[in-house]
Write a new protein. Structure first.
Length: 375
């Protein structure tokens, strides 16, 4: 569904205002296990309506609840956090059904987020105040997923998609955008779109949570159906205690072609490159990185512009998983203690390549990287 940036900005500001109130009320001490969360839930903003009175975007707030945990062979623990179920806003009555024309038509499956001639779907935005699975610990892996409320698969084949999940720690400042809206939101830790790429760091590295991490998520869900759909979001968080021998803390670097905005930029019809530079305020070795693009994206590359060293190229995958119906289904990741190095003052650059049949005002080009500042 095409939404003007101003409307999307109002929605983002609304959920951030909820976080500003609600996240400050989170109480965390010791390790959190399965059971009730003590996170406060902020009031839900009102549903937005189209001119015909149909809901086109709904904004709600919720709390992530740990529902189980398992111990892994390497000594880590994976805690599953459940959010929902969420009743998604149905597509407006004047929207077109989500269809893919034949391969002989002008439009293929890699059509991007806006179908020509009609709405692509209705958006439901969710703020999740999430009691962390642990305190004074290292987060070594994050993997989001979504199912229908009954536990069955939820994807394009079911006329729904997990549009975006973004993870924050409000107890820390964002590195690449300490001002702007991330200044209120906190440190951006990880993100994934409907491709649901899991972030796993190499052995011996993790994102450090302190004794009072203020963790939360911003989630965008989409329905391409005129009927009511109900979904559940889950997140697998893998972690190790803070006193685990040999563990090193890494710093998340959110690198984005629209870094301090809404993470959106325009791409033209056909082939295009979008570049973005950031002068580093930190020094260290990269140990992990992964990208995010929309349909039509081919790859996104991170490199050190001063040394011309390539750090990671994250490639979009298509057409191997039927449930994705030809949409982007994966983004490759780079994991190694020796991906590359940056020194404070050097310039890190993104190069994002799209090849799409239609212009898109709301493309994304994001790389989340992790750096060992003591390496």
């Amino acid at each position: 569904m095409r939404q003007r940036k101003f409307g999307r900005r109002k929605g983002v500001l609304a959920v951030l205002a909820a976080v500003a109130v609600g996240a400050s009320l989170i109480v965390a001490s010791g390790s959190a296990g399965a059971g009730q969360s003590t996170a406060a839930v902020a009031p839900a903003p009102a549903t937005q309506l189209a001119s015909n009175g149909q809901p086109v975007a709904k904004e709600i707030s919720t709390t992530g609840v740990p529902v189980g945990a398992r111990r892994n062979a390497d000594g880590s623990t994976t805690t599953k956090v459940k959010l929902g179920p969420f009743n998604l806003a149905p597509m407006p009555a004047d929207g077109d059904d989500h269809e893919h024309p034949s391969s002989t038509g002008e439009v293929g499956t890699m059509h991007g987020p806006d179908d020509p001639g009609g709405h692509h779907g209705a958006m439901t935005r969710t703020v999740a105040l999430m009691l962390p699975p642990c305190t004074n610990c290292f987060i070594t892996g994050i993997k989001p997923d979504m199912t229908m409320a009954d536990g069955s698969p939820a994807n394009y084949a079911q006329d729904v998609m997990l549009h975006h999940t973004v993870f924050f720690d409000r107890s820390k400042s964002d590195i690449t955008c300490p001002g702007g809206w991330p200044g209120m939101a906190g440190q951006r830790i990880f993100a994934s779109g409907n491709e649901r790429t899991g972030g796993t760091l190499p052995e011996g590295y993790g994102v450090k949570f302190g004794f009072i991490p203020l963790t939360w998520m911003m989630i965008e869900l989409m329905s391409m159906s005129h009927e009511q759909k109900s979904v559940t979001v889950t997140v697998d968080l893998t972690w190790k205690p803070g006193n685990t021998p040999g563990m090193k803390a890494v710093t998340p670097l959110w690198l984005d072609a629209d870094n301090c905005g809404l993470s959106e930029h325009a791409v033209p019809e056909g082939e295009s490159h979008t570049g973005w530079d950031w002068k580093s305020t930190v020094s260290g070795n990269f140990v992990g990185a992964g990208g995010h693009q929309h349909d039509g994206g081919s790859w996104i590359k991170l490199y050190n512009k001063d040394t011309n060293q390539e750090i990671c190229t994250s490639t979009a995958g298509y057409d191997t998983k039927p449930e994705y119906q030809g949409h982007v289904e994966s983004m490759s990741t780079c994991l190694s203690p020796s991906l590359g190095r940056v020194t404070k003052g050097q310039t890190l650059s993104l190069d994002s390549y799209y090849h799409t049949h239609m212009a898109d005002e709301h493309a994304m080009s994001i790389m989340v990287a992790f750096i060992d500042e003591k390496g």
